[in-house]
Design a protein around this ligand. Structure first.
Ligand code: BES
Ligand code: ZN
Length: 860
């Protein structure tokens, strides 16, 4: 199959870009002046580039372009006619070492369905340039190591586009007298083209100010449609908290007089860190109790912080090439994780982050798309904004923090920012700064950057020693990998006293490590990978009694959570493999946790939740979705029934008479809604009235949506009433209607496939809004039970949708493909059905390179 495909598509197979082929740019562009004559149907872009030859060579100027036709090309003020277009790029011969090149192109923002470059969203015009969208706006060396000063003039109809925003400071504006007006923005900081942005439209601002640590006042504004202004305060509070946090924790101060954020409804990603003009998917800005859940509130704060933190880790120091993406993304995710941990419960934040890593990154690392956090090659860079680059990348920075300790780590980041400010750097530069600042040898640690696959530790206690073996599994193109440097936090508990002799940090460097146990003590209970200090899997010979002990006594909250999860997993895996399992140890451990009033309710809510069906599947040789669902439901029902008095008590104890936004109130809602889930599992018949009562009385989206989700999974007569009333109440709020779509497609009910098909033709479904597509297709593909329906209907449904979406928005389509690529994990019949859909996608005429790369790698 592989060979056939290569031969048939030989001419059309897209080029592979390799990290080892990096060369410095032939031409630099210290200054660019842009003029936009903005309108949705036709926008004219005039660009003046000051070009300087970089090094001794005689190559022409090559300016990337994607779908652009030059209307005119001037070289040093004179019309040039000796240019050519090669693969979309404009090639212009230049004799001297400097040149002034001017080009003019016309764009059609309202036809731009890919949402890359300049596009229309609602009545707005906005841009998205990372990674390679700037070449869809104007001809330019569109690579992150070409840094330029930008001056941008925008002209537009004043009625349609009263607000004109750009990067940097507004350096002029005026009326043209004919209903049109203009604004000029100048950004004093040289930046790569991917950080360019503009926005034009009817927007209102939530304005505030922040005084920096050196006493400079920054004007802050969050721009949204006027009606949404009341939903912007949480984002504003998060922005100010982020600015203060980066000063306090990293010593980094904001560097311009203005900071603007704009929310748009149609956006391929979560948000974008354009210099001083962040553009956000509105779902990560807008929040009020009526429409946003507590998780949404957390996500808003986390994403606002993330994009703000990029001002240093990404913008002031940017990436030399896209293979270095984790330099800015992994580091910035680590920074936003620490920020969020400092705002609320650090323990719960760590549990959530590990859950995300295990749900999104571990499967990637174990599948056909596995890659190191610094990849060696790609076809389409937008396919490499992955959980590996982001979440494993963050874990690798976290390990450096653990190995060096916070003080040396901070010395390292100071040195890194100092050395590389205003330049485009590499992952190697980061590690070298850490090494130079701390004096530690990180030679072996560097292997993390080059190694794909999740390392597996096997740990056992042999008499007087702890024996730890590490192995890195083979991944596509990587076999027989050497051991990694792994910071491992562990403690040895004495089960008799419930105490341990201290938290130890062992740094593993070899395939086998042996650690002497204290003499004379009995067999200890092992608390291992405490705090999840390393992104690994650990196999131990701990008994269910050991795990139950740790779930009650470990003083590391993550270790406590982890022991409970492991106990649950062991029970569920046994149930799937043998058809039955003893539920009692889990029930007893959950009872102990639930009745321990010293624990934070938010933590209890996380700890008593069963592992997801997908994560149970990850532990098995062959995933059997039906057996997993049955085993998990049986345990859920047993927990619900046996502990019903405790769930009832928790449900009543954590009721609130009105909504408050505080960590305590959030924790109470969390535990209460987990209890609701268990109560419903126990009393399938009268769960309806209870959930419906909560649904109807709720004064906030967290409680309303939790009740709706409970109803959506069952057969209670209140179910359809709730779904209809929810729709009617929120029909004008796209972000809430996304939840309405997602809730239904995630249902475990038998009719879910038919529901997904019906929603696919619902008048509110559109392939043009990425949030809506993800609410349907993204959420459905996470529904292990129904996406993996034995007749392949779920696979066909996803493939149909991706094929329809590809011509409209290939990036969003490609991001949704990986669940189809996990075929190796399933039985032969499902494997064949999944592969057939991947082959069908590959055979589609005119397939994008985005989808081609994902589908072809998934079949290999
Ligand atoms: N730089 C990215 C935005 C981006 C993502 C551009 C993909 C091009 C392709 C931004 O900083 C980012 O990482 N956004 C995340 C959210 C963040 C909190 C992890 C996103 O958009 O998902
Ligand atoms: Zn980012």
């Amino acid at each position: 199959m592989g060979i056939m495909l290569t031969v048939q598509n030989a001419a059309a197979t897209p080029a592979i870009i390799r990290r080892e082929d990096y060369t410095a740019p032939d031409w630099l562009v210290p200054q660019i002046d842009l003029e936009f004559d903005l309108a949705a149907a036709a926008t004219q872009v005039r660009a003046q580039l000051r070009l300087v030859r970089n090094g001794a060579h005689d190559r022409p100027v090559r300016l990337d372009g994607d779908g652009l036709t030059p209307l005119s090309v001037l070289r040093d003020g004179a019309v040039a006619s000796d240019w050519t277009l090669v693969d979309g790029a404009l090639i212009i011969p230049v004799m001297g070492d400097v040149a002034l090149i001017e080009t003019v192109v016309t764009l059609a923002p309202d036809q731009n369905t890919q949402l890359m470059g300049l596009y229309a969203s609602g009545g707005l015009l906005c841009t998205q340039c990372e990674a390679e969208g700037f070449r869809r706006i104007t001809f330019f060396p569109d690579r992150p190591d070409v840094l330029s000063r930008y001056r941008v003039r925008m002209t537009a109809d004043k009625a349609h586009y009263p607000v004109l925003l750009g990067n940097g400071d507004c350096t002029g504006s005026g009326d043209l007298g004919d209903g049109r007006h203009w604004a000029e923005w100048t950004d004093p900081f040289p930046k790569p083209s991917y950080l360019f942005a503009l926005v034009a439209g009817q927007l209102a601002a939530n304005r505030d100010q922040f005084v920096t640590m050196s006493g400079k006042t920054v004007d802050l504004a969050i721009w949204v449609a006027e009606a949404d202004l009341p939903k912007t305060q949480h984002a504003m509070d998060a922005l100010k908290a982020s600015m203060a946090w980066d000063e306090r924790v990293y010593g980094r101060e904001y560097d311009l007089g203005q900071f603007n954020i704009v929310a748009v409804a149609d956006f391929n990603f979560g948000a974008m860190e354009n210099k001083s003009l962040n553009i956000f998917n509105s779902r990560y800005i807008l929040a009020d109790p009526e429409t946003a859940t507590d998780l949404d509130y957390d996500a808003v704060a986390g994403v606002v912080a993330h994009e703000y933190f990029h001002n240093w880790s990404g913008n002031r120091v940017t990436c030399r090439d896209w293979f270095q993406l984790s330099l800015k993304e992994g580091f910035t995710v680590f920074r936003d994780q620490c920020f969020s941990a400092d705002q609320g419960s650090a323990a719960v934040k760590r549990i959530e982050d590990v859950r995300i890593l295990r749900a999104a990154q571990f499967p990637e690392d174990a599948g056909p798309l596995a890659h190191p956090i610094r990849p060696d090659s790609y076809i389409e860079i937008s396919n490499f904004y992955t959980a590996t680059i982001y979440n494993k990348g963050a874990e690798i920075i976290r390990m450096l923090n653990t190995l060096l300790g916070p003080e040396m780590f901070r010395k390292g980041t100071d040195l890194y920012f100092d050395r590389h400010d205003g330049t485009a750097a590499t992952c190697e530069d980061f590690v070298r700064a850490m090494e130079d600042a701390s004096g530690q040898d990180l030679a072996q640690f560097r292997l993390w950057y080059a190694t794909a696959g999740t390392p597996r530790l096997t740990v056992r206690i042999a008499d007087d020693r702890l024996i730890i073996d590490q192995r890195v599994p083979d991944t596509p193109g990587q076999t027989g990998k050497p051991p990694l440097m792994i910071p491992l936090r562990l403690a040895l508990f004495d089960p008799a006293t419930g105490t341990h002799g201290g938290d130890r940090l062992e740094v593993l460097t070899k395939a086998r490590t042996e650690i002497a146990l204290p003499a004379g003590s009995g067999r200890p209970v092992l608390s291992i990978n405490r705090g999840f200090a390393a992104p690994i899997t650990v196999e131990t010979d701990r008994t269910s009694a050991d795990l139950a002990f740790l779930s009650a006594h470990d003083d590391d909250p993550f270790g406590r959570y982890e022991a409970m999860q492991q106990l649950m997993l062991d029970t569920l895996v046994t149930a799937v493999q043998t058809g039955s399992a003893d539920h009692d140890p889990v029930i007893a451990a959950v009872r102990t946790t639930l009745t321990n009033t010293a624990l934070d309710p938010a933590f209890v809510g996380e700890a008593v939740l069963l592992p997801s069906e997908a994560f149970i599947g990850d532990q098995l040789e062959v995933v059997d979705p039906d057996a997993i669902h049955a085993a998990r439901e049986a345990l859920r029902c047993a927990l619900g029934t046996t502990l019903s008095d405790h769930w009832d008590a928790a449900y009543r104890r954590h009721a609130a008479d009105h909504f408050v936004y505080s960590p305590e109130a959030k924790g109470a809602r969390r535990l209460r809604n987990v209890a609701l889930g268990y109560l419903a599992a126990a009393r399938a018949d009268d769960a309806g009235p209870l959930a419906f009562a909560q649904f109807s009385a709720a004064d906030n989206m967290t409680d309303r949506l939790a009740a709706l989700g409970t109803l959506a999974n069952g057969d209670a007569p209140e179910r359809s009433l709730a779904l209809h009333s929810f729709y009617d109440r929120f029909r004008d709020n796209a972000l809430v209607i996304d939840k309405w779509f997602a809730t239904q497609v995630m249902s475990t009910r038998a009719d879910t496939l038919a529901v997904v098909e019906a929603l696919r033709t619902h008048p509110d479904f559109t392939l043009h809004n990425p949030n809506r597509v993800r609410a349907l297709a993204g959420a459905f593909s996470m529904n292990q039970l129904h996406f993996h329906a034995a007749d392949g209907a779920g696979y066909r449904l996803l493939a149909d949708l991706l094929l329809a979406l590809d011509p409209i928005n290939p990036q969003t389509a490609a991001k949704l493909l990986p669940p189809l690529g996990r075929w190796r994990r399933f039985d032969p019949a499902r494997q064949a059905l999944m592969r057939a859909q991947l082959e069908r996608i590959l055979a589609a005429p005119g397939l994008s390179k985005d989808l081609f790369e994902q589908a072809s790698k998934s079949l290999a």
